[in-house]
Design a protein around this ligand. Sequence first.
Ligand code: J2J
Length: 539
Amino acid sequence: EPLALDGVVPFPPETAAEYLAEGHWRDQTLPELLFATAERFPDKLAVIDRKAELSYAQLTDEVLRLAAGLQDLGLNRGDRVVVHLPNIYEYIAFVFALWEIGAVPIVAPVAHRRAEIEHFIEIGEARAYITVASDSGTDLAAMAADLKARWPQLEHTVVLERDGGGAEYEALQSKGSLEHARRCSPQDVALLQMSGGTTGVPKLMPHTHQTYGYALRRSVGERGITERTVHLLVIPICHSMSTRSPGFLGAFSVGATIVIAPNGSPDTAFPLIEKHGVTRVSLVPPILLAWLNSSLRKSYDLSSLKTLMCGGAKLVEAVASRVEPEFGVQLSQSFGMGEGLVVSNPADVDRATSVRYQGIPASAADEIQVIDDEGNDVPPGAPGHLLTRGPSVIRGYYRNPEQNALAFTADGFYRTGDIVERDERGFIRVVGRSKDQINRGGEKIAPEELENALLTHAGVHNVSVVGIDDDVLGERVKAFLIPRSPESAAELTLGKLRQFLRDKGLATFKLPDVVEVVDEFPYTAVGKVSKRLQRELNY
Ligand code: J2J
């Protein structure tokens, strides 16, 4: 009865059977998880955002009405739907409604623009697109109409008001209500999520109800998350930190409350912490730094906050060591990846470890290899390539056999592209990266995507995009450009190139922070552009 989606690499049947037998995977879909909690805690608050507060009973009721509306549009099990929404509770309502009917959301951060969305519609053969009227001055309603006209298989668009709700949302909810029932298998793909990105176009990760179910149980298990937890969500809601580690799914598995903030700036987040008695939050390093250095800390009562989780990018020790003494909360680092594995520090770990290490896997089923360039295991404390496999780790990207051959070993290990050290106890510390990726404060950017886009510029002969060190963001994006002619150099200014890339439909967070026009690139001995030397040119 599982639905085999074309272009998804399945788990070997014996591995799937083993994960089930050992209890890593359960015979439960994600809506079943929500509805089980709603039965236990119908009147508890499930989700709070700028405009609404919904109890578990209200949320499940809204999910079932939306599900009826989506079914009325003709959407069915296995259909792909691009969900492109900001941090509003309707995101949660939509993904659960789609899961209830067995459909597969392709989730995109609201910062994405036409190029990314169109790619998802194309590769997923999406039948519907759900968005808001506008974001940061971009008219997404017009874009939706345009996409619908261009892509014949895109039969439906749903456009919410900028902050959620609106006539189209109401209309979808006016088609009665479905009865909650199992309409898909726990082994079905639940969602397609954008990967961190190293390639020309973003790759999609197919997660099943079970790979997600395992990850979210692990993320609440030993982390002290209970029905009394009030968890603040500030990172884009479709990111796996906001979804399953622990995210709203982790919270819903135990009856906790989720508070959704539109962003993580202190003036947005601090009032929410005070107002709702927030007990824990997940941040990325630049937001953590902004919180530590904010003068607003004195103006709000933040005493309810007990645990501050930080992940997504390297947290330097100097910042990490300030958290507990200055903020009076426990720091819980986490290191994870959309592809699956998440490690974090147990609640009772000593401070020397919590400052220096990102954590240990929560279960022996999370398989870890740390190997050298030749594939040999490195001893404890030595750096090596991290490979991983387990009940939360996908076996391949969606419809991407070429990348799968590179990113996964024949026996199903994912090559993370991260260089880590692991101590005798098994604690992991990220020390570097072998993949060509820029981590701009937790936002992952693929240089190749920018290089491809910039190469279409008439004034560009060649381009190389690298990450350069930045005290706040960790890294920023720099493009080195060789002009086609001396005259075209004048066209290659930062402002003009950013506009050029925006016009090509790329999300703003990917655009270069710095450009430099040069006569030639440094090359390695084998004749490849040396990005290492280019990064060093900045010192
Ligand atoms: C250094 N690099 C880190 C860390 C991620 C939990 C936490 C994070 C993510 C995530 C996630 C890092 N120190 N603490 O999905 O569920 C870099 C690594 C990694 C890549 C994955 C989760 N935490 N990174 O960040 O898919 O390079 O997932 O391979 O966005 O971020 O990025 P992403």
